[in-house]
Design a protein. Structure first.
Length: 290
């Protein structure tokens, strides 16, 4: 067995996000196009002789106990594999919290992926996703990566044709949006602007980026009352983005650009205006092993 692995875990954006219903257990049913992007949290995962799980993080406000999805992922994996071992996790976060970019879920996915390699277990990606969905709705996709159509609570995934590397700029202010509050607002919203999911999926499958930019959208923008989101949308569009869409339940906003130069120029122009500014691109990979 290997003892240690270092890897980078991709964040995600929702090229499109709709809510189609609600289960009796309170979970909402999604219809979404997920996409991994080149914004990464870094993990160092080490097997230890003890049976303890330890987690440290570069941000002191991030919990390092069972409230953390990475910690819970290690525990869930060891229980599933019936392995009596310890795990030490060092987490270096770059994916912002409260952004709708799946940071915590990416960390959980990374721990599951790393432990599968370190322990020599041969769980398939689908089997890892079965563990992942017990931790969070975004975890299965962040184990898969690339471009995918998600249904159910996010666990029913259909891999789509991977998009080319599209230049992106992602912005987030200091405000965050409560996911629970966002879903509650959806439940009580009488008029919702539902994205045209069939057309958006067709645009992805046909690699029709112009159509994708015209149609991509997020139902949660209908109920979001966040000044930072609107400011980010306006900033991206005024600096050359083909579209500007909030991801997840917020509060980060991504813009798709025609070329790297325009994206870089935008990021430079707004870097003093937002807490998080990142020029990046779409990627087909969930993880990068370092």
């Amino acid at each position: 067995m290997k003892k240690q692995i270092n890897l980078k875990c991709s964040a995600k954006i929702n090229l499109a996000l709709d809510v189609t219903g609600k289960r009796t257990d309170g979970y909402h049913l999604l219809d979404s196009i997920f996409q991994t992007v080149s914004v990464y949290d870094k993990l160092e995962v080490t097997l230890t002789e003890t049976e303890n799980i330890s987690l440290t993080c570069n941000f002191p406000e991030i919990p390092c106990d069972e409230k953390n999805l990475a910690y819970r992922a290690a525990k869930a994996f060891l229980e599933k594999a019936k392995i009596h071992s310890g795990v030490n996790i060092i987490l270096e976060k770059e994916i912002p919290s409260g952004a709708g970019m799946g940071g915590g879920s990416a960390d959980a996915a990374g721990v599951l992926f790393a432990l599968n390699l370190l322990t020599g277990e041969k769980f398939t990606n689908a089997e890892l996703r079965e563990i992942g969905v017990t931790l969070g709705a975004d975890v299965p996709f962040l184990l898969l990566g690339g471009t995918a159509h998600a249904e159910g609570i996010g666990e029913k995934l259909t891999a789509l044709k991977t998009l080319p590397e599209l230049p992106l700029v992602i912005l987030k202010g200091t405000e965050s949006i409560s996911t629970a509050a966002a879903y509650q607002a959806i439940d009580t919203c009488p008029k919702a602007n539902h994205p045209e999911m069939k057309i958006i999926r067709q645009a992805v499958e046909n690699q029709d980026i112009d159509l994708l930019c015209r149609k991509c959208g997020n139902l949660f923008e209908t109920v979001t009352n966040c000044a930072d989101v609107e400011k980010a949308r306006k900033a991206l569009l005024s600096h050359g983005a083909e579209c500007a869409v909030m991801t997840g339940s917020g509060a980060a906003v991504f813009g798709i650009f025609r070329n790297e130069e325009k994206a870089q120029a935008c990021a430079e122009m707004v870097k003093q205006e937002f807490a998080f500014v990142r020029k990046c691109h779409t990627t087909g990979q969930a993880f990068l092993i370092e």
